[in-house]
Write a protein that binds this ligand. Sequence first.
Ligand code: GRA
Length: 385
Amino acid sequence: MDFDLDDDLRSMKELARDFTEKKIVPYADKWDEERHYPAEVVEQMGELGFFGCPIPEDLGGTGTGFLAQTLLCEEVARGSSSLRVAFNTQCLGTALSIVRYGTDAQKKKWVPDLVRAKKLGCFAITEPNSGSDVMSMASTATPDGDGYLLNGAKTWISLAPLADMALVYAYHDREAGSKGLSAFLVDMHLPGITTRDLHKLGTHHFPAGEIAFSGVHLPGDALLGKLGDGVKSVFGSLNQTRLSCAAGAVGLAQACLDAVTKYCNERQQFGQPVGQFQMNQDLIACMATEIEAARLLTYRAAWQKDQGQLNNVLETSHAKFFGAETVVRAAHGAMKILSAYGYSSEYPVARFYRDAVVYQIVEGTSNIQKLVIAQDQLGYRKANR
Ligand code: GRA
């Protein structure tokens, strides 16, 4: 075993930290206040190769792997949890699934532009009546001549209002159960597609929205993989995007700890820095230890994927679950310690607090991760299949 990052990984982490410090941290609160999606910053991240780590070089990626992607994601989330979502929309929920399940023509058409952020992507699983219960989705893509007719509604789709393409999951045959689910690469500029922005508690500088598909004619080559491959790609894709959540949670929790550390050494009360008070030390010790544990679980899940274990659902659920719980506790701890300065919108801790709770919701709630872990432990349903 070796817990050290090698020189290449360490320098990628430093590059991302430097980029985040210079291009993200000074502006993130303003973007949040203005609900501004900083397109130019996402493009720069694309040009620097931030979204291409698990993508082969001949498709515009860097081929540096999942651990590299995780480190970049963690560092970006330390400055902006909103921009963490771009790792999923440009790569883990879109380009990477096309690399894994698509044809050569589909890979060439979409992957290089997605990983360089020349085109914006999104992936559309959730529906108004289908959240945790993925298989209950109602969208249909009925075979129609040499293509498909797509109808349905998706919701809470990150980047939907700006996306050029969407990886959409829909039933081509509702009667066929799980074998009737397929995945489609949809050009979001086709007639019959409308989107609507959604308002949310946090993640304010990364939009999310609803999509309505109303009699959208998809060409035959929009099908990702084969008819009936939807289940394989939807659960495969969730196991990729959950890793970015785990990494984002670690990065945001670290930002909370950084803020607390600085504050505790500066703020004086009762004639001494507030870090001297043991009740604050208790919170800091718990935060620091939990963040280290969440980071190790996340790096392990990433490392396993780099060893070829792409379906490590159990270990990814461990990382995502523990990361989400850790960041919520860290944000709450930071709020307690900074108190009025945490609650003030003049300091980033208020943003960290708003952004933390989504990690218990997206990409499978904490309860869904617990269900996956407990059912595996009890022998009811194997997680890694
Ligand atoms: O046997 P079968 O042919 O019926 O197929 C079943 C199973 O074998 C079928 O799916 C297959 N399957 C898999 N196939 C390949 C299941 N897992 C895998 C896999 N890993 N690889 C149905 O399986 P099942 O076990 O019977 O499913 P279920 O009981 O209906 O549900 C299981 C479960 C609850 C875990 C699942 O539905 C789930 O993970 N739900 C959570 C949904 C979720 O994570 N949604 C997130 C949406 S995306 C999002 O939040 C975007 C946020 C944006 C951002 O911040 O990035």
